[in-house]
Design a protein around this ligand. Structure first.
Ligand SMILES: [Zn+2]
Length: 256
């Protein structure tokens, strides 16, 4: 049904190019000057159909969002936190609604809605309940991964900048202490451990030319290091320095 709606909208745009262009003459000049669409040159303007910014996904639509996002940066500087939020197909809210024989991939209608509701509560937690301190502004964009699950990239601007001594409370790349937070320990060990790859498993999907494309295994570091190229090296302590470890059972292998 949505494909029908979409083709109807495209038809409207095709037959109303004159109106749309007259209205957005300035933007047409912009398009010629900046050559946003890539295939535009002065000789064939008359043949190119221009999708207005009201058409979701068109380059003008994206361009408007980029401009809006840049306004935040111009006003507030660089964001303080970049948070990725991923849809977990094992969420009860999703599994409960699947019909027999279905997997979450068959039901983007369910995954999208559950994800959006959970994302809204996460944003509430950050913005209204100030878990990272008072928030000045925030934005997010939702992407669809190849396996059909949504994930969001969230940017947060805090009123008070995060100080170096606060980083360890907010982010680290370690296994949490099960005696302090059992639930977090289980989430991390179940969902956030990469591999095994490298010598242990050369056929892992992340392997390319005998190297892990994600850069694993990573070295242990005692403290988070920031400011090299925008990619911080997060605290990842070994057991001697207070880090945690756990055993992972994999078919015939046992790794520590
Ligand atoms: Zn890997």
């Amino acid at each position: 049904m949505y494909a029908k709606i979409k083709s109807e909208r495209l038809r409207y745009i095709r037959f109303n190019q004159t109106n749309l262009r007259a209205e957005e003459c300035i933007h047409l000049h912009d398009a010629v000057n900046n050559n946003i669409d890539g295939n535009l040159n002065l000789n064939n303007i008359g043949n190119v159909f221009i999708l207005p910014s009201s058409y979701t996904g068109s380059s003008r639509h994206m361009q408007e969002y980029i401009q809006d996002a840049m306004t935040y940066v111009r006003a507030y500087g660089r964001p303080d936190l970049f948070i990725t939020y991923t849809c977990n197909p094992q969420w009860d809210e999703i599994k409960k609604l699947l019909l027999p024989e279905q997997t979450p991939i068959h039901r983007p209608d369910i995954t999208a809605r559950v994800f959006k509701q959970k994302l809204n509560s996460l944003i509430d937690l950050i913005v209204k309940h100030s878990v990272f301190g008072e928030t000045r502004s925030w934005m997010y964009s939702i992407e669809w991964q190849k396996r059909g699950l949504p994930h969001a990239h969230i940017l947060i601007w805090c009123v008070e900048k995060i100080r170096p001594e606060e980083i360890d409370k907010i982010v680290f790349a370690e296994i949490p202490d099960p005696n302090v937070d059992k639930e977090l320990f289980e989430i991390v060990t179940k969902n956030m451990i990469h591999g095994p790859c490298g010598n242990l498993n050369m056929t892992s999907l992340c392997m390319e030319n005998s190297n892990c494309t994600q850069g694993f295994r990573k070295d242990f570091v005692r403290d988070t290091i920031t400011g090299i190229d925008g990619y911080p090296i997060y605290r990842r302590r070994n057991s001697e320095n207070g880090g945690q470890s756990f055993s992972l059972k994999l078919r015939n292998m046992k790794l520590k």
